[in-house]
Design a protein around this ligand. Structure first.
Ligand SMILES: Cc1cc2nc3c(=O)[nH]c(=O)nc-3n(C[C@H](O)[C@H](O)[C@H](O)COP(=O)(O)OP(=O)(O)OC[C@H]3O[C@@H](n4cnc5c(N)ncnc54)[C@H](O)[C@@H]3O)c2cc1C
Length: 474
C-alpha cells in the first residue's frame, strides 16, 4: 500500500456505497484520502459482473436504487447528473393466483385506484409519506441530524411506521393491497409481527410514488465507477486487493473511516477498544441471509399476467398470509417450502445489460443466517407459479448462497445483506446506542457501513454522516 511520507488526512477501508461516499466527501473537502479495498474490483454492493454468459451484465448485489436517488448524500453529490437512472414503466408488481397482479405504480392515485375499496387506506398509509417528499426522506435517512427537516411528517410516519406490518395490513380489506404491502414490508427481513416492519414497507412504497424504483444504466457498477472517478479527480488514491486485518497495518492518517461491520472491526482493533464498547459490539446481531440466483434469459419472463412484464421489481409469494408465513419461518431458522422471492428484471428498464432480445433476471429468497441449503428449486417453483415456462427461457444461471455472498463481500456476514439485523433495537442502536454512533472510542476511527444508521441499502448515508463528523475533527 502506498503510504505518503507525510501521511494521509483520511484512510477509508472498504469501497461500498458508504465507503465511496465518505471518501468523496472527505476528498472534495480538501482532504488527502487513501481508499483501501479487499476485493480486486471497487464498489462493494454496487458491483456488476458477467456472472452467466458474455454480454449479460448482472448486479451481484444492489440493483434497484430508489434509496440512491432519494438519498441526501447522493443528491448533495449530484450523482443523478453523472449517471443515467432508468425507470421501468411499473416500479413493482406482485402477482396473485387466479387474479390480476397488484401493481405499485409511480402514480399514487393510479395505484390507489387499482386497489378498489382499499384506495383510501393506501392513500392514508403510504400517501402521506410519499407527499412529504425529500424533507421526510432526509429526516429518516439522517435520523440524528438536528433539527429534523420534517418533524411533523416524521411523527405521522412513525405513528404507523413503528408498528408491525401485520397490524397495519389490517387496514386493508382485500388481497391485492394486503399482498402489495406484505411485499414491501418483507424487505425488512423480519417477521411481520415485529415492530417497525410497517415502516420499511411504507417508506419503500412511498419511494415508488415519489422518486420511482430505478436502475442505473449499464449496471450499478456505473454508479460506483462515477464515485471512484470523483474521488480520483479530487486527488484521492485507491488501492484494491488490500484486505485490512489490523488497524496497525494502515499508514498514518488523522482519521480512519471503516466501511466494515462490527465483526471485522472487532478483529482489526479489539486490543484498542475499551472493554465496555467491545462487549457492546460483540452483542451486535446479524440477520438472516439470502440465497440469490442470476439468470441469462432467451427472452422476457413469460408472466401469466402480462402487466407484470413492465415491472422492474416483482414480489413473488402470493397473499399477505403466505409471505408472512415465509418470513416467520426464516426468522425461526427454517427454510420455507414456499419462500418469498424478490425478483428483478433490470433489462425491462435498461436493455443495455443483455444482448438484443435477451434479458437478465435475478431472484433471491431469505434463508436462515449462514444457511448452506440450495434453494434453487424452491425459488424457481415460485417463479414458475406465476410465469409458467420460465425455466425454458433460461440460458444460464448462477447461484450464490450466504457463503458465496460473504466471499464476494465480507460485509455480508452469513449472507446478511443489511449489515446486521434491522429490528427495532438495532434500529435505534446501530451498532451501539449512542448520540454519535459513527464515532468509536478508538481515537480518529469512525464506522460508516450499513451497520451504522440508517442501515442497509445503497444510500451512502453511513459514509456521508461519518465523513461529516470526521471533517469536524479534521
Ligand atoms: C443480493 C443483494 C441484493 C441487494 N439489492 C439491493 C437493492 O436492490 N437496492 C439497495 O438499495 N440495496 C440492495 N442491497 C443492499 C446493499 O447492497 C447494501 O446495503 C450496501 O451495499 C451496503 O453498503 P456498504 O457500503 O455499507 O457496504 P458494502 O457495499 O457491503 O461494501 C463493503 C466493502 O468493504 C470491503 N471490505 C470489507 N472488509 C474489508 C477489509 N477488512 N479490508 C478492506 N476492504 C474490506 C468489501 O470488500 C466491500 O467492497 C442488496 C444486497 C445484496 C447482497
Amino acid at each position: 500500500m502506498s503510504a505518503r511520507a507525510d501521511g494521509f488526512d483520511a484512510v477509508v477501508v472498504g469501497s461500498g456505497p458508504n465507503g465511496l461516499v465518505g471518501a468523496v466527501r472527505l476528498a472534495e473537502a480538501g482532504c488527502r484520502v487513501l481508499l483501501l479495498e479487499a476485493a480486486d474490483t471497487l464498489g462493494g454492493g454496487l458491483r456488476t459482473e458477467e456472472l452467466t454468459l458474455p454480454g449479460f451484465r448482472h448486479d451481484v448485489c444492489a440493483t434497484v436504487l430508489p434509496l440512491a436517488l432519494a438519498s441526501p448524500a447522493f443528491r448533495a453529490l449530484d450523482v443523478a447528473g453523472e449517471v443515467a437512472f432508468d425507470h421501468p414503466p411499473v416500479p413493482c408488481a406482485h402477482p396473485l393466483d387466479g387474479a390480476p397482479a397488484a401493481l405499485v405504480l409511480r402514480d399514487l392515485g393510479g395505484t390507489a385506484a387499482g386497489f378498489g375499496r382499499d384506495a383510501a387506506a393506501w392513500r392514508a398509509v403510504v400517501g402521506g409519506t410519499a407527499r412529504a417528499g425529500f424533507p421526510l426522506v432526509d429526516t429518516l435517512l439522517a435520523p440524528l441530524d438536528l433539527p429534523p427537516r420534517a418533524p411533523l411528517a416524521a411523527v405521522r410516519y412513525g405513528a404507523t411506521g413503528a408498528l408491525p406490518a401485520a397490524a397495519v395490513a389490517r387496514l386493508f380489506r382485500d388481497a391485492p393491497a394486503r399482498a402489495a404491502f406484505a411485499g414491501m414490508a418483507a424487505h425488512s427481513i423480519l417477521p411481520f409481527t415485529a415492530p417497525v416492519t410497517a415502516g420499511y414497507g411504507t417508506l419503500l412504497a412511498a419511494l415508488a410514488h415519489s422518486v420511482g424504483w430505478p436502475v442505473v444504466r449499464g449496471g450499478s457498477q456505473t454508479l460506483a465507477d462515477a464515485l471512484v472517478a470523483r474521488l480520483r479527480a479530487a486527488g484521492g488514491e485507491v488501492v484494491t486487493g488490500c484486505r485490512v486485518t489490523d488497524l496497525d497495518e494502515l499508514p498514518p492518517a488523522r482519521v480512519v473511516l471503516l466501511d466494515v461491520t462490527p465483526r471485522q472491526f472487532l478483529a482489526m482493533a479489539r486490543r484498542r477498544m475499551p472493554r465496555v464498547y467491545r462487549a457492546r459490539l460483540e452483542r451486535f446481531r446479524y440477520g438472516p441471509g439470502v440465497f440469490k440466483l442470476d439468470y441469462a434469459l432467451d427472452g422476457p419472463v413469460p408472466w401469466r399476467d402480462p402487466a407484470v412484464a413492465a415491472a422492474g421489481t416483482v414480489h413473488l409469494g402470493g397473499t399477505f398470509a403466505e409471505v408472512a408465513a415465509a418470513e416467520r419461518d426464516v426468522a425461526q431458522g427454517r427454510h420455507p417450502e414456499r419462500p418469498f422471492v424478490l425478483g428483478v428484471q433490470a433489462t425491462v428498464a435498461d436493455p443495455t445489460r443483455a444482448p438484443a432480445g435477451k434479458h437478465t433476471f435475478w431472484a433471491y429468497c431469505h434463508v436462515p443466517h449462514g444457511s448452506g441449503v440450495d434453494m434453487t428449486a424452491a425459488v424457481e417453483t415460485q417463479v414458475e407459479r406465476f410465469a409458467p415456462g420460465f425455466r425454458d427461457r433460461v440460458l444460464a444461471r448462477h447461484a450464490m448462497g450466504p457463503a458465496a455472498l460473504e466471499a464476494h463481500d465480507a460485509n455480508e456476514v452469513g449472507g446478511d445483506i443489511a449489515g446486521g439485523a434491522a429490528d427495532w433495537r438495532q434500529f435505534v442502536s446501530r451498532p451501539v446506542l449512542a448520540r454519535d454512533p459513527w464515532r468509536t472510542p478508538v481515537p480518529g476511527v469512525y464506522l460508516c457501513s450499513a451497520s451504522t444508521p440508517p442501515g442497509g441499502g445503497a444510500h451512502g448515508m453511513g459514509g456521508w454522516s461519518a465523513a461529516g463528523r470526521a471533517l469536524r475533527t479534521l
